[in-house]
Design a protein around this ligand. Structure first.
Ligand code: GDP
Ligand code: MG
Length: 597
């Protein structure tokens, strides 16, 4: 296909504004799938994604469209993830395209993610076409929202496309705008091959599949390619495009998007952002890649049943093949045994991986408290990155500790602004900006990431009845007065429960976790002390009274089978317990104890 008849574009939107529905309509309208094959949201193909109505991994689809000018165009659509945790995946999708459709719900207006995404698209030098969706709704106010887009984002909306993705109204308008308003890609078919590795995942039949965007030259079957980051070479087995089903083609030429398989075995050979070139005629320099993803939240994952350790290792390595932004390394905990320290892009990412491990791999896991990455400057001048509070060095060798900060943008209706500001200041936030967009306030805050990872988003949603929207970017490290809080059960430290906090919050957090553990740990035959401590100084304490009688005493002698049932039930419960010295702690206690507020 000549470059002039290719258009590569993404759809960007705040969650629920209709991105997936519009993608479905474009696929349907261009006839890529028959009506029978068309299920809702064909691009959200992972079970979890469908259930939660979010897109996690970027998906791509190639559409053929005969435009009003009579020419047939190849339209490559890259879907982008719709949650803050996956902002990094948005940037990689955008790097593979020249333009974006900015979808805004005409009944809701601009939200935090609309802004965050549009800034990324502007950074990627995209041409942007504003689209007002859901104009079928009685509550739609397209004129007001157009004005808002001009005021807040600063892009003209005279040519905004008014649509209803749900009813299919004016989908042609979107297709024509793609062809007439977005620029074609640039590239040189005669130059040495360069292609951007946009994504990779594992397929049970084909092995590792890589998603590519060709810049110059070609990718063909049988060609020997070289990964420019590490020099490894591979012979291409299959080249193809997504329609959205995989369809082999002879070659991919400049400006095109598609997939390549090449019997690749190791994750290191499929680095997202890498440049692929021809081994015999290599390019001089790689394409400008994009920043690698850096996990910002870490936690330990341990099998409840120690025998599952190897199974956990295998499952993690399979997940990793599908998700380059997920990291893991083996670790041991005195309390929990053998497990893995895992790095995630955010809390949703953590939750999704945990859920996939239990659902797809049938693993029962204990997760330790999520922690951000601290930088510790030691008195000897050395700097270490702390991924696990349990590894905190002795206070005497620590000079200073730095913690990561974020810059958050929050959109909220006026009436909830007070509670949102209170939440931000309770979490050590510093206000950067506060402006109004109609009746909605836009608050920009700097916040320590550690105050956000636990439950900030949930709290924000609950105090604003779901109306607040939130997005953030990392904003560097700053020195801070941080302490490690240890939790002791019967004078034994439980490493999996230790956590870092700002000194001003230490006592409150310590007290709340002790109180919670008091309710979560079942009474035993002796008294149990639960303490929170900074070093050797105890800052909070609770006591669980001793259990007076055997549980079977409740049965008043009598029914023997009932008694047996009770004992069996107890045994069943034991499997999900962890033994700490003489004390057993139920698995649920870990998870519950680690939630804040
Ligand atoms: P995404 O999160 O941006 O991918 O949003 P979805 O495409 O999943 O849409 C979110 C919700 O809005 C779904 O319930 C859709 O059915 C609904 N929706 C999408 N487009 C329209 C529209 O044009 N009109 C109306 N009334 N609802 C729509
Ligand atoms: Mg979606």
């Amino acid at each position: 296909t000549p470059l002039s008849r290719i258009r590569n574009f993404s759809i960007i939107a705040h969650i629920d504004h209709g991105k997936s529905t519009l993608a479905d309509r474009l696929i349907q309208k261009t006839g890529a799938l028959s009506d029978r094959e068309m299920t809702n949201q064909v691009l959200d193909n992972m079970e979890l994604e469908r259930e939660r109505g979010i897109t996690i991994k970027a998906q791509t689809v190639r559409l053929d469209y005969r435009a009003n000018d009579g020419e047939v165009y190849v339209l490559n659509l890259m879907d982008t993830p719709g949650h803050v945790d996956f902002a990094y995946e948005v940037s990689r999708s955008l790097a593979a395209c020249e333009g974006s459709l900015l979808v805004v719900d005409a009944s809701q207006g601009v939200e935090a993610q609309t802004l965050a995404n549009v800034y990324q698209a502007i950074d990627a030098s995209h041409e942007i076409v504003p689209i007002l969706n859901k104009v079928d709704l009685p509550a739609a106010e397209p004129d007001r929202v157009k004005q808002q887009i001009e005021d807040v984002i600063g892009i003209p909306t005279d040519d905004a496309v008014m649509i209803s993705a749900k009813t299919g109204l004016n989908i042609e308008g979107v297709l024509e705008a793609i062809v007439t308003r977005l620029p074609p890609p640039k590239g040189d078919a005669e130059a040495p091959t360069t292609a951007l590795l946009v994504d990779s995942w594992y397929d049970a039949y084909l092995g590792v599949i890589i998603l590519v965007r060709v810049k110059d030259g070609h990718l063909r079957r049988g060609q020997k390619i070289r990964m420019m980051s590490n020099g490894s070479t591979h012979v291409i087995e299959q080249v193809g495009v997504f329609r959205p089903k995989m369809q082999p083609v002879d070659s991919l030429s400049p400006g095109e998007m598609g997939y390549v398989t090449a019997a690749m075995k190791t994750v290191a050979d499929t680095n997202v952002g890498d440049t692929i070139t021809d081994d015999r005629n290599p390019a001089a320099a790689p394409l400008a890649g994009f920043k690698p993803s850096i996990p910002v939240v870490w936690c330990g994952l341990y099998p409840v049943d120690a025998d599952d350790f190897e199974k956990l290792r295998e499952s993690l390595s399979k997940l990793r093949l599908n998700d380059g932004s997920f990291h893991y390394e083996a670790e041991t905990s005195a309390a929990l045994g053998f497990g893995f320290r895992c790095g995630f892009l955010g809390l949703l990412h953590l939750e999704i991986i945990q859920e996939r491990l239990s659902r797809e791999f049938d693993l029962d896991l204990i997760a330790t408290a999520p922690s951000v990455v601290y930088k510790i400057n030691k008195t000897n001048g050395e700097q270490i990155e702390l991924h696990n509070p349990a590894d905190m060095p002795d206070g005497s060798v620590i000079d200073t500790i730095e913690e990561p900060w974020i810059k958050a943008t929050i959109f909220v209706p006026d009436e909830y602004l007070g509670s949102v500001l209170a939440l931000c200041s309770e979490r050590r936030g510093q206000q950067v900006d506060l402006t109004y967009v109609g009746t909605r306030a836009m608050a920009v805050y700097k916040l320590p990431l550690n105050e956000v990872v636990f439950d900030f988003y949930d709290r924000l949603k609950s105090i604003s009845r779901g109306y607040a929207s939130f997005d953030y970017v990392m904003d560097g490290y700053e020195e801070s007065d941080l302490v490690k809080i240890s939790i002791l059960v019967n004078n034994e430290p439980v490493d999996a429960l230790s956590f870092m906090a700002h000194r001003s919050q230490a006592e409150k957090r310590g007290r709340s976790i002790c109180e919670r553990l008091k309710d979560l740990i079942p009474k035993q035959l002796f008294k149990i002390a639960i303490q929170a401590a900074i070093g050797s100084r105890v800052i909070a304490r609770e006591t669980i009274g001793a259990l007076s009688k055997d549980v079977t005493a409740k049965c008043y002698g009598g029914d023997i089978s009932r008694k047996r049932k009770l004992l069996e039930k107890q045994k069943e419960g034991k499997k999900r317990m962890r033994q700490f010295g003489k004390v057993e702690i139920p698995q649920s206690a870990f998870i519950a104890a680690l939630k804040m507020d």
